[in-house]
Design a protein around this ligand. Structure first.
Ligand SMILES: [Fe+2]
Ligand SMILES: [Fe+2]
Length: 286
């Protein structure tokens, strides 16, 4: 399958099946000549009625209610929303960024395809588990969350600064935290899903770091990362509940970057988040 057709089906196909379009990694072709038209970023990804983006904000269930299946299903619905948006943003990145170097473009696309396949796996893990509790994706409002940042991510370096080193970095903490929460209520199956997400997220953050290290020239990674964050994002958004510096080290981020991120403080609190946070518990200790 051509990488552009794959990305177009994800971004402009309307159904969940379109978003989950599956091809084996080895079956992709990255031939530029198969793609002649210039794609502009749509205001929103295409979605059918069942998975339509809504203005309504659902409330994240409190951790103290996680012994109840319907509350756990609600939590997974939020996480599934993140996965779907990540899949669509990565597809948009394939379709809209241009490169002077053809080989670099191909490598950029290869990395994104591999990550999209992981995100599709996460989305399916969440939706299958939700189904066991009689919930489908779209049964609760789905929001546009961090898609809102997409128009501000003008370059591939801005894309990876925001996506991998900020949103996916925060998810290292969230995935670990919720894996423990589900374990605490005896739900090993859901806990294991969160652990799988965490393991994959390590490699996604590492991929973003690899690209920023490639592009940063003589600047250090921390400086380059900050320079590439869009105006409304701060490094605090790269931290989730129960932040752990060692998760970043596991993702290969250098010592200086990890220390700076750990020390970074701009008065912004995780509980006051306007995007990820509005979907997360007010009291994150539950
Ligand atoms: Fe994911
Ligand atoms: Fe990811």
């Amino acid at each position: 399958m051509n990488v552009y057709d794959f990305a177009e089906q994800i971004l402009f196909g309307k159904s969940l099946e379109d978003k989950l379009i599956h091809h084996r990694l080895q079956d992709f072709d990255y031939d530029e000549s198969n793609h002649s038209k210039k794609i502009f970023l749509p205001k929103l990804p295409e979605r059918d009625q069942q998975i339509k983006i809504s203005e309504v904000q659902a409330k994240f269930p409190k951790k103290s209610t996680f012994h109840l299946d319907d509350k756990k299903a609600m939590a997974l619905h939020f996480f599934a929303n993140h996965e779907l948006l990540a899949i669509e943003m990565m597809a948009a990145a394939i379709l809209t960024y241009d490169f002077e170097n053809a080989d670099e473009k191909k490598q950029f696309h290869k990395g994104l395809v591999k990550t999209i396949i992981d995100e599709q796996k996460h989305l399916k893990l969440y939706t299958h588990r939700m189904k066991e509790w009689k919930m489908n994706l779209g049964d609760l409002p789905l929001n546009d969350f961090f898609w809102n940042y997409m128009p501000d991510l003008k370059t591939p370096s801005m894309f990876y600064a925001a996506m991998a080193l900020t949103f996916e970095s925060a998810n290292l903490d969230f995935a670990n935290y919720y894996s423990l929460c589900f374990k605490e209520v005896g739900d090993d199956k859901t806990s294991e899903i969160m652990r799988i997400v965490y393991e994959d997220e390590i490699s996604h953050v590492a991929l973003g770091a690899k690209w920023l290290n490639h592009w940063r020239n003589d600047k250090d990674l921390w400086t380059y990362y900050q320079e590439n964050l869009p105006a409304l994002l701060t490094p605090n958004r790269a931290k989730g509940i129960h932040y752990r510096e060692e998760y970043r080290k596991e993702a290969g981020l250098d010592e200086n970057f990890c220390q700076k991120l750990t020390a970074f403080e701009d008065g912004f609190r995780v509980t006051k988040r306007k995007t990820w946070g509005q979907d997360l518990p007010d009291n994150h200790e539950g």
